[in-house]
Design a protein around this ligand. Structure first.
Ligand code: NAG
Ligand code: NAG
Length: 388
């Protein structure tokens, strides 16, 4: 054998030795981040969460049954099914175990795009209703997620309303005693509120009012055309984000009528004009039945006070329930599993007086008006209403 060949062989061996020496402390696993308890972490973090430098594993007895990953290095590891990778550090004269903060492998949680209701997803009530309905008529906001609470000057409850598109709320014109002069900067609108005077940051969405449109033919002496629109805007410039406690309600098609006796629901915080001080701060609902025009315009009821833009509904026994709605709040009727906004709580004579049912603005007389004012005609065609 010639010397050259021998030298090449020797060189190869020594290179290999050098490589294997260099390689030995290098982690063999692949994970450079932590998934689960981090037992397969093989990265190079060598400081504990408290900022202490880890000591070389070789200085200690390897725990029996240790998984791989220990060796002549001081990287954090989890060889013993601890909660996360750790290492030993020197604390004064003592040697202690400390956990290490290893970045998690899961990609940083990307927020899903915020969901928004469309004209095709209106009127859905979350299945996850709350189990307990306190005191009979108290109701979770999830059962009436389109109910909005309208405030004046930050804390004075003014009226209820209904979310009809992510950016628009329908309410009553009579809520704004200053009419067109109303200072909209003093108004605020909340979705997802369970109680007037309580805040649940997780459910609530707050808005300012960008535009107030009171029906141009609203007549404050007989409450004809008692309807108004509010364009809402959140602090980040957006509108309502869909959640179990914030949804839009469907608008029924123009001039559709449900039969007298049909059962519908009203909801609100109970601050109706006639209920003085004994209102609840909490959202309540009540079942009401639609009354025929003939009945409601009869002399024993309201006679000529009812215009073609109003209808009546009451609880059959004239119980106080029918007064629990707020002015501006919704009267909704369920058709084919969806809730349609048929009425806006408008007026009534007294509360719980026999033959004096609640009077509601007939919303679907205004589909064209709503389409014109909002520019969102697809919401007013009643597309989700079943055709027979
Ligand atoms: C809300 O109002 C009710 C009734 O007035 C009261 O009992 C309750 O303490 C109030 N809650 C808050 C948070 O102010
Ligand atoms: C408002 O209603 C009252 C009472 O019905 C009526 O006399 C009056 O003419 C109405 N005003 C307008 C502008 O329609």
């Amino acid at each position: 054998m010639n010397l050259f060949v021998i030298l090449v062989i020797l060189a190869a061996i020594s290179t290999d030795v050098a490589f294997s020496q260099r390689r030995s402390p290098k982690p063999r696993g692949k994970e450079m981040c932590r998934s689960g308890d981090g037992s397969s972490y093989r990265g190079f973090v060598s400081k504990s969460t408290l900022g202490n430098t880890c000591l070389n594993w070789n200085k200690f007895k390897i725990p029996s049954g240790a998984s791989k990953g220990l060796g002549n290095h001081n990287y954090c590891r989890n060889p013993d099914q601890s909660v996360m990778p750790w290492c030993r550090v020197r604390k004064g004269k003592k040697i202690v175990r400390q956990l290490c903060n290893i970045p998690s492998c899961s990609t940083p949680t990307v927020k899903p795009p915020q969901a928004v209701d469309t004209e095709l997803t209106c009127g859905e009530v979350s299945e996850r209703r709350m189990h307990k309905i306190v005191g009979g008529s108290f109701t979770p906001i999830e059962s009436h997620p389109w109910v909005v609470a309208l405030f004046h000057q930050g804390n004075r409850f003014l009226c209820g309303g209904s979310l009809i598109t992510p950016c628009w709320v329908l309410t009553a014109a009579h809520c704004f005693s200053d009419g067109k002069e109303t200072n909209i900067q003093r108004l605020s609108v909340y979705l997802g509120k369970m109680a007037i005077n309580e805040t649940d940051a997780e459910k609530e969405q707050g808005f300012t009012v960008e535009k107030l449109i009171i029906h141009q033919k609203y007549n404050e002496s007989n409450f004809n055309n008692d309807i108004a629109l509010l364009k809402i805007k959140s602090s980040n410039g957006g509108c309502a984000v869909r959640s179990a406690s914030a949804r839009t309600v469907c608008l029924p098609p123009s001039h559709t009528q449900l039969p007298a006796g049909f059962q519908c629901k009203i909801a609100g915080f109970g601050r109706e004009r006639y209920t003085a001080w004994h209102y609840s701060q909490y959202l309540k609902q009540a079942e009401v039945k639609l009354l025929s025009k003939t009945d409601c315009t009869s002399e024993s009821y309201y006679g000529g006070l009812i215009t073609e833009n109003m209808f009546c509904a009451g609880s059959p026994d004239w119980s106080t329930d029918a007064c629990k709605g707020d002015s501006g709040g919704p009267l909704v009727c369920e058709v084919s599993g969806r809730m349609f906004l048929f009425g806006v709580v408008s007026w009534g004579e007294g509360c719980a007086s026999p033959n004096k049912p609640g009077v509601y603005t007939q919303v679907n007389n205004y589909n064209k008006w709503i389409a014109a004012k909002t520019g969102l005609s697809k919401y007013t065609t009643g597309v989700m209403f079943p055709t027979k």
